[in-house]
Design a protein around this ligand. Structure first.
Ligand code: DAH
Length: 344
């Protein structure tokens, strides 16, 4: 009987095929060929209804047995294949190898620098203050004694949100907020973001400042010198020399810029006979602006006339570049994880 012998051929042929199986893909191909809906067993079974009624029960029984046998062969091979894969994996697996550590996040160098600046002033008795990044013209300019025609108010530098509202261009605005809500004596630092319409190799439209303010009775320029010298030496090392250079800011009188001795050439201006690349051969690096608060500012905030004090503004990116010896400001803002990881 053709059907029976065709059925009986299937198991030995599947066995031959299974012996050559090398992967689960091979195995699946064989399963489809023999046991699939359009496979060889199904093809034979579809002919059963055409048999004589007398032959049908025997052929049907045989077909069921073959199906059972094929499934058994197939399952056994599958189990062995899985065992092989596991064995191979375990052979190449060394349980004594150390695990792989996931990357830990770290704080941004600008954050680290800002925190170091602030904690240095906190240790000198200063409080931390903050103010809004969206400011009115009044706080950012007018109350800081910047008259309407002052060049710093130029559309070129300031990002205006409307006629009288700006993104603050300087943390000096926090001085005004602080003096409005606190009576002297006051000693604060205010870290934060500032914004300017400026973008090139040495400028970014957003950067960070730490503002400082100390006002009370009998606060003098000597205090300013003492505090900023202590700050500079805490940040850049005890051997750091500090120089005050006359300058101008609308909200301080007199005003100065503070230079520190160059951290690379130690103030010599040159290394091995060539001009120092960090200080450009001068031996000095500018790190902040400062001065005695102009009495005009006290008028705006309603402070009495016998109050004196000083203010200063530190550029955080500048200090961070000097601290970490970086030559390119843009690295801070590209967020390349290879760069950031080094500060973990
Ligand atoms: N606000 C100034 C700037 O952005 C920096 C500054 C200079 C702040 C002198 C001060 C100061 O408080 O007294 O360039």
């Amino acid at each position: 009987m053709d059907v029976i012998s065709a059925l009986e051929q299937l198991a030995p042929e599947l066995e031959k095929g299974l012996a050559e199986v090398a992967s689960s893909e091979d195995l699946e191909a064989l399963r489809v060929e023999f046991l699939g809906r359009k496979g060889r067993l199904a093809a034979i079974m579809s002919t059963l209804p055409t048999l004589d009624a007398a032959d049908r029960p025997k052929a049907g029984k045989c077909a069921n047995e073959v199906k059972g046998k094929l499934t058994e062969l197939f399952d056994a091979r599958k189990e062995r294949l899985l065992a092989d894969v596991e064995e191979k994996f375990l052979k190449g697996f060394d349980p004594t190898l150390p695990g792989r550590r996931p990357w830990e996040g770290s704080r941004h160098p600008i954050t680290l620098t800002m925190e170091k600046i602030c904690s240095t002033f906190q240790s000198l008795g200063f409080d931390i203050e903050s103010g809004p990044e969206v400011e009115t013209d009044y706080y950012n300019f007018e109350a800081l004694n910047l008259p309407p025609e002052h060049p710093a108010r130029d559309m070129q530098d300031t990002l205006y949100l409307s006629d009288k509202v700006v993104l603050r261009t300087q943390t000096s605005a926090v001085q005004v907020h602080t003096m409005e809500k606190r009576r002297p004596p006051v000693a604060i630092v205010a870290p934060g973001k500032v914004y300017r319409r400026d973008s090139d190799v040495t400028h970014t439209p957003m950067f960070h400042q730490v503002e400082g303010l100390m006002v009370g009775e009998h606060v003098t320029m000597a205090h300013l010198r003492g505090i900023l010298t202590a700050f500079s030496q805490a940040m850049f090392g005890a051997e750091t020399k500090v120089r005050f250079r006359p300058s101008f800011f609308p909200f301080t009188e007199p005003s100065a810029e503070v230079d520190i001795s160059c951290c690379l050439c130690k103030g010599k201006g040159h290394a091995n006979g060539t001009p120092c690349r960090v200080c450009k051969g001068t031996g000095w690096l500018e790190i902040l602006g400062c001065g005695m608060v102009d009495p005009a500012v006290y008028n705006y905030v309603g402070y009495p006339e016998d109050i004196t004090g000083f203010a200063f503004g530190v550029g955080v990116e500048r200090v961070a570049m000097l601290t970490y010896g970086l030559g390119d400001l843009r690295m801070f803002f590209e967020n390349d994880s290879r760069f950031l990881r080094q500060f973990a």
